[in-house]
Design a protein around this ligand. Structure first.
Ligand SMILES: [Zn+2]
Length: 529
């Protein structure tokens, strides 16, 4: 199997998955097709921007049984086809008539490009013991699979639902079995309840266990609002019938939420459908015509959101997109909080080069891709938490990583004594990376570098932009040494306090200087409360 990762941003990735019927650009979504129902044509689906689809092997098995042959011929579609095994029907009806071995064999006969073993999905309201049974039965069935020459790409479903320890267990056992693709199962109910946070937590648990290499699929997650969020935690593939289900209920998708078509005075979209019809005309359509128009519009919206996400990952602006989308709906705001809590993990997978690479050597000039990339990120999307009331800028300690230095130990205890733990964010100034947030200072390459380098010009430029975003109701305290003397002028405005400490050679001396200014520092921090 070939899956190539091309770009990364946060936990999100742009990649390319090779299948026997051509490549799939990820992240993407497979529209669900029912081969026996007249919906949209495959041509229309392709034109909307989808070159791969998913259909249900179980439905084909029930209808055609032994008469079935190649699924591409059946659908009249030459692109990649994924087949699901009937797990969705288990979720809906409790059981299916086909055995796990039988449906595996049947998918081989269909010539599916991507196929799924018959897993036991965890229902939304399943209690723990039911979820546990499903997880173990899915693992047992997964172990029965014997891969053969010419097989489809096999998908290993990870179950457990909202029981995250079961998701972890499931992911761990499945990942030992060498599936081509992993999938997080049964979020459909959670998606319908707009419980995006739980879905993200499930995906994060699974992704952490299986690691970054394998593609990860998310079953039944097809709302445009959620696409940037699921991509940010490393979902590469998803499938959804939502475009059609919503259409049959007269619902019109947008990246900012769903509308009933009857309540729209304007069509806030420029897809071919919305360009052809006015809102009034769209409302007046009936039956199949109305369904088709809405389904097609919904698909265009999904496709354009996928494109937007891929572009954001390529240019490194996914965080901004998430921030923007998080204001669309309270559930997305909560989902964004899940990501903020995971920023350490996301940053770790973010870098172009991993921590296995040796440290960076600096010879005087700090301007190089790693530093510029870091500074750009600092300015464009470094998170300042909502509950941060104080920001401290201070000279970088000599000892690396900065957060483990004795200067940091001193500072932590000082902040604790003031009762401000969790409300202060600290940025270290100095060194080739110019500005290093305390909480990520141990990550590559912020502490894995040698040599001194500093650029006053770069520092001023970056800080000016950063400080602008920090002001507001926050107090900013700047502790500066002689090196930073020429830089501190960028800190100005209400709520800014600057404290000079001269120069120091070693961290012990630095701590002594900090101890000496404690009363002033205390006043600066607490005086604001
Ligand atoms: Zn449209």
């Amino acid at each position: 199997m070939s899956f190539e990762l091309r770009y990364k941003d946060l936990g999100g990735r742009v990649g390319r998955l090779e299948t026997r019927h051509g490549p799939i650009e990820t992240p993407t979504l497979f529209p669900v097709i029912n081969p026996f129902k007249t919906g949209l044509t495959l041509e229309e689906i392709k034109n909307a921007g989808f070159n791969a689809v998913i259909t249900n092997a179980y439905i084909i098995w029930r209808r055609l049984g032994g008469r079935a042959s190649d699924v591409h011929r059946l659908l009249g579609f030459e692109g990649p086809v994924m087949t699901d095994s009937g797990a969705y029907q288990i979720l809906q009806y409790g059981d299916v008539e086909v055995g796990p071995g039988e449906i595996v064999e049947f998918q081989r006969r269909l010539g599916s490009d991507i196929a799924v073993i018959l897993d036991i999905p965890t229902r939304l309201n399943a209690d723990r013991s039911e979820a546990e049974l499903g997880v173990h039965e899915t693992i047992r069935r997964a172990r029965m699979l014997e891969k053969r020459e010419g097989d489809p790409l096999w998908v290993g479903p990870i179950q457990g639902g909202r029981f995250l320890d079961l998701v972890r267990l499931s992911a761990r056992e499945m990942s030992k079995l060498g599936f081509d693709i992993y999938a997080v199962g049964s979020p459909t109910g959670l998606m319908e309840a707009y419980d995006f946070s739980t879905v993200l937590k499930m995906v994060l648990v699974a992704r952490k266990v299986i690691g970054p290499e394998k593609p990860l699929h998310l079953f039944g997650a097809g709302h445009p609002m959620f696409i940037p969020f699921m991509a940010a935690v490393g979902v590469d593939l998803a499938d959804s019938a939502s475009y059609a289900i919503y259409a049959s209920e007269g619902r019109y998708m947008t990246p900012h939420g769903t509308y009933r078509v009857d309540e729209l005075a304007e069509l806030p979209c420029s897809c071919p459908i919305c360009s052809r019809y006015t809102a009034r005309e769209l409302r007046s359509l009936r039956g199949q015509e109305r369904f088709r128009a809405l389904a097609l519009h919904n698909l265009y919206v999904l496709a354009s959101e996928l494109k937007r996400v891929r572009q954001s990952i390529m240019e490194g602006s996914l965080w901004e997109l998430l921030e923007e989308r998080s204001r669309v709906h309270p559930s997305l705001y909560n989902a964004f909080k899940v990501l903020k809590d995971e920023v350490r993990y996301l940053e770790r997978y973010d870098p172009v080069r991993g921590p296995q690479v040796q440290g960076i050597f600096f010879y005087g000039d700090p301007v190089r891709p790693e530093t510029l990339r870091h500074l750009e990120r600092m300015v464009r999307r470094y998170p300042v938490w909502d509950d941060t009331t104080h920001v401290i800028f201070m000279p970088a300690p000599k000892e690396k990583p900065y957060s483990l230095s004795r200067v940091s130990r001193y500072l932590e205890s000082f902040i604790r004594r003031l009762g401000l733990t969790g409300r202060v964010q600290v940025f270290f100034l100095g060194g080739p990376f110019i500005i290093v947030p305390y909480e990520i200072s141990e990550f590559y390459p912020l502490s894995q570098h040698e040599g001194e380098a500093w650029s006053k010009a770069l520092a001023i430029k970056t800080l000016r932009k950063l400080v602008r975003g920090l002001l507001g109701e926050r107090r900013i305290v700047v502790i500066y040494n002689d090196l930073l003397r020429g830089v501190v002028r960028v800190f100005r405005g209400r709520g800014v306090v600057k404290i000079a400490i001269g120069s120091f050679r070693e961290d012990d001396e630095y701590v002594e200087k900090l101890a000496a200014i404690e009363p002033v520092l205390r006043e600066a921090l607490l005086g604001y409360m």
